[in-house]
Design a protein around this ligand. Structure first.
Ligand code: G
Ligand code: G
Ligand code: G
Ligand code: NA
Ligand code: MN
Length: 254
């Protein structure tokens, strides 16, 4: 059974669900947001990692339907999470560049956000740096339009694509996500220390908020706090949690 075939009817069969990884303000260690991460459990193939199936869903166009399911589920669940923590700021949702090419993308996500009585600024759209570099003029116009409507934007995996300093000031974005590759082995790896410091300083000087991904050790947390990185996410704080576990985390907080 091929992944491509297994993807057909995946939503109708209810095999996909979302996990949520909490994002913390480093200064206060408070949870302010979550990143939604899709999961797929197939009855025969078992657990299939998103690294594996997202690109296939993109190639077959299935990502449009799957993406809508992810967006809607994340909004629906965010309402439940916000009931448990009133000052939760936003839900971050990964968006594929293929979704931006869908002519109904803007109207579809606006309809969902309105239906759940959410404000666009309670949703952060995560776009990888790799995709942004491939963006056409149409993609970019779509991104600008969504930002004008109030949606937040973050650049995921920053520093791993063909980073170009020239686009940093031109993009309609709010947050830079520093890739785990540059967080690994800090504060011991001098190369990563210099790179992460520079990314944090540059991003902040341009007015963007910065979040570090893949924090696994306390010394990394201390180091990042020390260089004034705003936020953090990683196994040190929490792995991605299912809906029930996420609610339990928020209840524990109260
Ligand atoms: O959750 P995990 O670490 O296994 O994710 C692996 C990769 O899959 C990451 O690059 C992540 O951005 C991507 N991914 C996870 N969830 C989603 C999603 O809901 N939509 C899209 N487009 N990509 C996702
Ligand atoms: O590309 P993106 O940043 O969306 O990928 C996020 C992926 O990283 C998810 O699959 C998530 O499960 C994983 N992840 C989150 N925190 C950590 C961490 O601390 N260490 C490692 N190795 N992976 C992490
Ligand atoms: O749920 P996620 O896709 O992040 O899990 C990716 C892998 O990382 C899985 O094999 C999981 O068991 C493992 N993992 C989950 N939580 C932790 C953690 O807190 N620390 C470490 N080192 N690995 C974890
Ligand atoms: Na992401
Ligand atoms: Mn990332």
């Amino acid at each position: 059974l091929k992944i491509e075939q297994a993807l057909k009817g995946v939503l109708q069969r209810g095999e996909m669900f979302l996990c949520y990884q909490p994002q913390y303000l480093l200064e206060t260690k408070e949870v302010v947001s979550f990143e939604a991460l899709v999961r797929w459990e197939h009855p025969v193939l078992g657990f299939i990692r998103p690294d594996k199936f997202i690109s296939i869903a993109e190639d077959t166009g299935m990502i449009v339907e799957v993406g809508k399911f992810i967006f809607e589920t994340a909004c629906k669940d965010f309402i439940e999470f916000r009931k448990l923590k009133k000052n939760l700021k936003y839900m971050a949702i990964n968006i594929s560049s293929v979704q931006f090419k869908d002519k109904n993308f803007v109207s579809d996500i606006l309809e969902i956000v309105n239906r759940y009585n959410l404000q666009p600024n309670e949703i952060e759209l995560e776009v990888t740096e790799r995709y942004i570099m491939e963006f056409s003029k149409t993609n970019m116009q779509c991104m600008s339009k969504l930002r004008e409507l109030g949606f937040r934007f973050s650049i995921d995996d920053f520093g791993t694509g063909y980073s170009s300093m020239s686009y940093l000031t031109k993009l309609p974005i709010d947050v830079i996500k520093v890739d785990k590759a540059f967080i690994d082995n800090t504060p011991h790896d001098n190369g990563n220390v210099q790179i992460s410091k520079a990314i944090v300083a540059l991003s902040k000087s341009l007015g963007y908020s910065v979040i570090a991904e893949g924090i696994e050790y306390e010394e990394q947390e201390e180091y990042l706090k020390g260089i004034d990185c705003n936020m953090g996410q990683g196994y040190l704080f929490s792995k991605p949690l299912n809906f029930q576990e996420t609610k339990e985390l928020l209840i524990k907080y109260q």
